[in-house]
Design a protein around this ligand. Sequence first.
Ligand code: HEM
Length: 504
Amino acid sequence: MKEYKKLTNEVGAPVADNENAITAGPRGPVMMQDVWLMEKMAHFNREVIPERRMHAKGWGAYGKFTVTHDISQYTKAKVLQPNAETEVFIRFSTVAGERGAADCERDIRGVAVKFYTEEGNWDLVGNNTPTFFIRDVHNFSDLNRAVKRDPRTGRRSAQNNWDFWTLLPECFHQITVVMSDRGIPASFRNMHFFGEHTYSFYNEKNERVWCKFHFKTQQGIKNLSNEEAAKINGMDREYHGKDLFEAIERGNYPKWTMYVQIMTEEQAKNHYENPFDITKIWRHKEYPLIEVGVLELNRNPENYFAEVEQSAFTPAHVVPGIGFSPDRFLQGRLFAYGDAQRYRLGVNHNLIPVNQAKGDVSDYHRDGAMRTDGNYGGAPAYAPNSSGYWTAQPETAEPPLELEGAMWRYDPKDDPTDDCFRAGGNLWRVMTEDKKQILIENTAADMASVTENIRYRHAAHCYLADHEYGERFAQAAELRMDRVIELAQLDHAGLIQATLSDII
Ligand code: HEM
């Protein structure tokens, strides 16, 4: 055990006095030669790093992932072979709030898992909802500007939020989920989470299937009402972080069961809608959940900044046997995360212990700010080389993927199979009466300060999803039903045009 007794400066020299500045005389000014004071102030001034642009408020923990079932027919990934046990680090987050935001807000929750596999790190960066708001990467920065602060007032704005969401009808299913009883989880331990996108698996024979990842909580689903959440936020803004930390300290380790859904390439070609559209679900009865293993969290970080704040996840980090898909939203993410982290943490952020792979890393990347390892010493800096150093591993390449169609900016709404309201309508129809009531009340409350034209636009969408959904929302939001029905007859462009101004 280290003895925590002696104070030193940043290069290990003793500090004689940590409380009394060196002054010219007992009542005189401070001397520049109090170099310990200069070092202390200068370091403090640089302690804050940029927060994540979204998902800024978060909490983390370590654990393990154990495979309990055999899915080797689909994937050769070693982390997913029977009985494999892999260390993980996980970070839970809210999306819209800044680093100091309260935990119990109505928002989706981010869940990023880093699997430290023997074949390199695999990051699954998901959320607690099975689908997402939008599906084209162009809309992503705008979504975040709409849900974050208004440029004029500096405040969050329900008007901006709902204006953006209702102008893009593909948001409808996700809005229904966020406004439902699941919009504020009681804790991170009491929620499911999902990879959301379609990813791919390929096996030893290099045969590809498409897959989706699901993690179901073993603690049971529990949620908070708006009133409960407001009360908690007033008393403890770090409520979810505290719950996770204390459960792990008590030895009450939270667990999730991991499942996958599998779709063959052939099924994907004949699927009734685009299977690579992140706003769509794959129905469980057509693509049943296949059990894979158990994820358990069992160790708290020793230092929040070092491990949680400096953690960096990216969907671009996959391992052999797991691949991407043509999902245009996923494709955008493959660039965004590493780029954000090179800015937020620096080009060598994968040398930070929480981000480091457990096995060998031999990538030829050299130098750069904060290169804290041996920088590969005298090994060659170029490839190919004749010294026998690090050559590519073609046996790990994924199978080629056939694509079709001309290069173009396709609007998914022009696809005749596209239906933005089917999933939201189906969700409404399986809700029990009390859940329907909660959804309607939450939506009306959230839209209370939103102008009438936007409430009409949303009501028309609800009506298109399910007449009862539309009628009940219209009533709660004090809208005329004849006008809602009239608006619901219009096509997308017509509805937008008719609801652009607040005079309805
Ligand atoms: C094109 C769409 C998207 C883009 C461009 C994007 C971009 C980003 C960026 C730049 C960050 C901050 C990364 C960092 O500073 O370390 C982030 C964080 C995050 N994103 Fe996304 N994102 C997208 C969609 C999604 C989707 C669909 C999900 C869930 C399936 C998701 C889940 C997360 C999570 C969980 C985090 C926090 C990771 C952590 O805890 O460090 N994002 N995103």
